[in-house]
Design a protein around this ligand. Structure first.
Ligand code: ACO
Length: 427
């Protein structure tokens, strides 16, 4: 067998070092032995945006971006989206195995038993105006839970951790729905723990009108949540791990993750796609829009991904669900623009040469809109779906003895030491 090491020669000094290779990586700290001068700090790697840095060892989610593969705990996303429920997938992500039938019944009951929110949280949500963005409100709601549940500081107690996990999974949909109803000037609807997770969410949002939620829509919501449930070390999950690495409680960590998700390059993309499709307005305007993209005036939102250089497998499932939802809600005129836009981009050398394909957000907003959700709430739906993944990654972090507080290095290029200039001497 070949030697599992990497030999590096520093051509400044001729120094050669040998580093162990494990899982196709080398320990970055090993490079610090390389010094041009004896009192140098030592070699580091420069990796803005962490494009080639593994920050942890994980057993939760596998993504192969070149082949368009996504698996949670080894199970292909296509099979989970076909066969599982969202809470079942949450269990899988958190505990590593699919639950047996009795375990699933018990798990569903434990999460649904946590769906009531505290009166003070309800009151807090009522302080926001109708123009407050739902992601800002969600960040505030989750951060407020840190104040409401001070026991959550015991992050090294595994039983305690599970209590907070159940609270977050149970209460997030209720807080989101309550804030949404307040925004519309409508009263809060209490959770119904006899319903499924997604059914109950749509019920609390009031999207079912006076009747029951259509099962096709409840299932579509559940599948969309499954598709968003985890995506290994993405921007928001890495933000969460960074925050939690200081032993901050999970509410602070999840609030930070929601903040990271808010941006249009991440979870805010579903909202941005809808606005983009509305702006294009008609299929005849697609060529002109693509010219603007190629001229770098705008980005084609919902396209491209740091990891996928192939069709995002989630996008294919979302596209299929869109048509199932339209059978119930009636079509969304934006789907025709989206389908034609996708086709035109996939035949265009600009996108082909850069391996830019639709990502999960390209079609999800069209479905949300057809279901009756306003555009601003789309990223919140992403956050709700992502919560089990964030929590599974948090649990993994807390059990990982190799992890330490996150603290990247920098290359300092600023001024060297200089004397202070008093105010009256400054030009
Ligand atoms: N539209 C037009 N050009 C694009 C797009 C796009 N959506 N995405 C990437 N490119 C181009 C870049 O201009 C760059 O071209 P260049 O090499 O000629 O300069 C090249 O493709 C590589 O792009 P990067 O920005 O370097 O890729 P990166 O991995 O840093 O960014 C990202 C990934 C942020 C997702 C990017 O593709 C993007 O902005 N997409 C649109 C926003 C979006 O849909 N985000 C959701 C991502 S999925 C998620 O978070 C759930």
């Amino acid at each position: 067998m070949s030697k599992q090491t990497l030999t590096i020669t520093d051509n400044r000094t001729g120094q050669t070092i040998e580093l162990p290779i494990e899982h196709d990586t080398i320990p970055a700290i090993g490079l610090r032995q390389l010094k041009a001068q004896a009192d140098d700090f030592g070699m580091m790697v420069y990796d803005p945006g962490y494009t080639n840095t593994a920050s942890c060892k994980s057993r939760v989610t596998f993504v192969d971006g070149d082949r368009g593969i996504l698996r949670y705990r080894g199970y292909p996303i296509e099979q989970l989206a076909e066969e599982s429920t969202f809470l079942e997938v949450a269990y899988l992500l958190l505990f590593g195995e699919l639950p047996a039938a009795t375990e699933l019944t018990d798990w569903n009951a434990r999460v649904m038993a946590e769906t009531q929110i505290d009166r003070s949280l309800k009151d807090l949500l009522k302080t926001f105006g109708a123009d407050a963005h739902p992601m800002g409100v969600l960040i505030s709601a989750v951060a407020a839970m840190s104040a409401l549940y001070p026991d959550s500081k015991q992050v090294h107690d595994s039983e305690n951790r599970m209590r907070q996990v159940l609270r977050i999974l149970g209460q997030l949909p209720t807080a989101i729905a309550s804030a949404y109803r307040h925004r519309l000037g409508r009263p809060h609807i209490d959770p119904d723990d006899t319903l499924s997770y997604s059914d109950n969410f749509l019920h609390m949002m009031g999207l079912s009108g006076d009747g029951e939620v259509d099962p096709v829509l409840a299932r579509a919501m559940d599948v969309l949540f499954i598709l968003h449930a985890d995506h290994e070390q993405n921007c928001s999950t890495s933000a969460l791990r960074n925050i939690a690495s200081s032993d901050a409680d999970p509410y602070c960590a999840v609030a930070g993750a929601v903040g990271a998700l808010y941006g249009p390059l991440h979870g805010g993309a579903n909202e941005a796609v809808l606005r983009m499709l509305a702006e294009i307005g008609d299929t005849k305007n697609i060529p002109a829009f693509l010219d603007r993209v190629k001229g770098r005036e705008v980005r084609l939102m919902g396209f491209g991904h740091r990891v996928y250089k192939n069709y995002d497998p989630r996008a294919q499932i979302v596209k299929r669900i869109a048509y199932e939802v339209f059978d119930v809600t009636g079509s969304n005129r934006l789907i025709d623009i989206a389908v034609e836009l996708e086709g035109a981009a996939l035949e265009d050398d600009y996108f082909v040469s850069r391996r830019l394909y639709p990502n999960v957000d390209f079609y999800s907003g069209i479905i949300y809109q057809a279901m009756g959700f306003p555009v601003e709430i789309f990223p919140v739906l992403f956050a709700l779906g992502r919560a089990p993944g964030w929590l599974a990654q948090w649990m993994e972090l807390m059990n990982d003895e190799e992890q330490r507080i996150a603290r990247p290095r920098q290359i300092y290029l600023g001024e060297t030491e200089r004397p202070y200039v008093s105010l009256n001497e400054r030009g």
